[in-house]
Ligand binder design. Sequence first.
Ligand SMILES: [Zn+2]
Ligand SMILES: [Zn+2]
Ligand SMILES: [Zn+2]
Length: 455
Amino acid sequence: MVKDNNTSEPVEILPAITEDERAMKLVLEILAGKIIDIKPELDFSSELGFTYPLVEQTLGITGKETVSILESLVDKGILKKNFFDRFLHCPQCQSLNLRPTTHCPKCSSGNIAHGRILEHFVCGYVGLEDEFVAEGRYVCPKCNTELRVIGSDYQSRGLMRKCHDCSEVFQIPLIKWRCLKCSSLTAEDKVTEQNIYSYSFNEARRGWLEFELKPKPQLIEFLKQRGYEVVENATQRGRSGAEHSIDILATRDDGVITHNIAIGVKAAGDEVSLRDIFDFDDKAYDIGIHEKVLVVVPGLDKEAKTFASQQRIKVLGVRDLETVLASAVPPRDVEVEKEPFEFKSKSQMVAYLKRRGYEVKKAAAVRGRSGAEHNIDILATRDDGIVTHHIAIAIEVSDEPVELGRVFDFDDKAYDIGIQEKVFIASPGLSQEARQFVERQRIRVFEVKELDPSD
Ligand SMILES: [Zn+2]
Ligand SMILES: [Zn+2]
Ligand SMILES: [Zn+2]
């Protein structure tokens, strides 16, 4: 084997862990109860002067990166932040290790003293008590006269400060900050202030998170395995012209019908309300999707539950969803060949539907909401675990194009039964009027030149 000296040893490239993945890891630790309160600790040797030791150990990061992750979780509503302290930074080197120093307000000198201040009325000299003390007596350092009676030839002005450089006597000194790291001196108003926070988990988000982290990716996988195309946060324009966002939109064209399932996720601190269900139902209606699944965290109030069932919204709590996902039969037809929906007889059509996992009932008698019993040529049902699809199929064979009245009757029946997936098979075709009607009513039409009516 020839050794190629130009080729260096392969470098193992570790997958870069993104900030999001780190944040995710932190969230998992919090949910597991391994990290509870996130409190800063002072550490002047660190980048920011404080650290979050537990978070930093867990994620293997420090400084600004830690704060950035914590703040991103605050933005998502997962963490709450609480004021912990306000820190001052050296504007030169960012160190937190600052010490306040006092200065003369007139000349800025740091050479000042604090003590009792005496004023000698005779010569007007003002100075610290120390300056007057001489062998157990008070003697004015300016005019060398002994001070005698307080209030008469001298007075005490109390505790004040005096500048040794310019002799200014003052009450309030100027404050400056000495950086103990880079030694620079900064005026009080030029120092950088920073609030630092402690962080805690927002318990109201627990249910939502428990959905996002586990059942949601599983649900998406489940749908994909069943031939659905899945789009998260899908934007759809409704008939009203408004744009709606659907948490998960699952679409599957099985040759007969394109199934659209709108899956909404509603999480609330306590109970999901009627208002939330309304919003979801309105959106789905405007977009024209009637297969509706709503994942609610933690649950629904009674009113909302009633409304949801009236509107045929399948409501699943996180636990229900987990049960559905765990107990679902593996998909029957992982990859059905894309064959066109073509047939020459009813039995061929039935076979086609069966290959696609539908249970088929011919000449099905179904009672509608009005109480009337309807006869449906073919009723195809498929339970794909999360939603049960019902398709009503009408077959009309005639010598002439099928008239509006026939399509209208079928639409009426389907409405009364509550089936929204409608397929109309017309042989040899539809009249102009009927065609306009089916478009408006979202009836899928297959025009077949010849259909053997006996089979
Ligand atoms: Zn004097
Ligand atoms: Zn001074
Ligand atoms: Zn500094």
